[in-house]
Design a protein around this ligand. Sequence first.
Ligand code: ADP
Length: 361
Amino acid sequence: MAREAKFQSGKQETGKVSEAQSPTGEQPHDSALRPKLFADVIGQKSVIHRLTIAVNACRKLKEPLPHILLDGPPGLGKTTFANVLPNELGTTLQITSGPALTRPADLIPFLTNAEEGSILFIDEIHRMPRTVEEFIYPAMEDFRLDIVLGEGLGARTVSMRLKRFTLIGATTRSGMLSNPMRDRFKMHEHLDFYSVEDLAIIVSANARKLETHLAPLAALEIARRSRGTPRIANSRLWWARQYSASELDGRITLEAAQKALDIAEIDINGLDKQDRRYLETLCGVFMGGPTGVEAIAATMNIPTDTLADEIEPYMLREKFIIRTPRGRVATAKGWAITGNAPPANYPTEADNPDLFSGQPE
Ligand code: ADP
């Protein structure tokens, strides 16, 4: 029977994974609201279908689950799936992240602690240094660890057998993963943005967990203004609950949700101040582009990774911007958000096919 995975952190210095601070840096309410089993996971039907097949096969064949790469923008459920899989299998989970693994030795405790059939989750795996990546290859392929002892002429390699474990890697940038690393994952699953209907189901279920009354229209309003992302929907729900508890009777009606989101400066498209600043910078400073992401990030004084991981994916999906070989370009829809009209000679795909053809940068 499925049970909740025991968390193990092989990272000696951090000790066990706590609710308040996890190696993936998530918020406490993330783990409280996170689904425990496939039955609690909303949306992503085809991903769940394939993972269920893999889990059933692994049970019947008595083999470990294949190594799985999960990719997609932040907050769409990569960590959730990494938690659900060991729960479904009744096995243990160890969690770490690419940036925490600065040298091969950092990985050794995780690999040697891995039990037969257990799961090792590496978040932000694209940020793992190349030396660590190369060190993990024999572990992934042959469940073997090659440790070099000594230096120079006296150096020798000692091989150690590992228990058959499963590596789940999560990345917001699968393009930054090296080909050899990517090829070692037997399953690749891409998580896409959620529909408004699925997000409304998620916030309604979470309101029940928080013992908060959430009107169905309020759930839809929060869902519509959550950028297709469950983590954002949960924090918008949390804010609406705060607002109603402070200013009203604690129930989240449609009016309460609207007012709470307006106060948080989240517009009807779900864009927040930072999203709008991005479009204002692209349109106001760079005349709508094309311009490189680094230039926009430098002007906004925020890291390029934040733009590329957290702001742009939704802008691209909603076609507020497009990526061209020469950089980002705001669309008419993107200009409309800024409240300004594009310049008279603004390039469109129809009148400037050169700009829009070829590989995006
Ligand atoms: P990621 O690892 O991709 O950044 P998470 O798995 O941490 O995203 O998801 C953030 C939060 O969103 C979770 O704590 C969970 O509450 C919620 N969530 C994500 N995906 C789902 C889903 N499919 N169904 C229900 N809730 C979800």
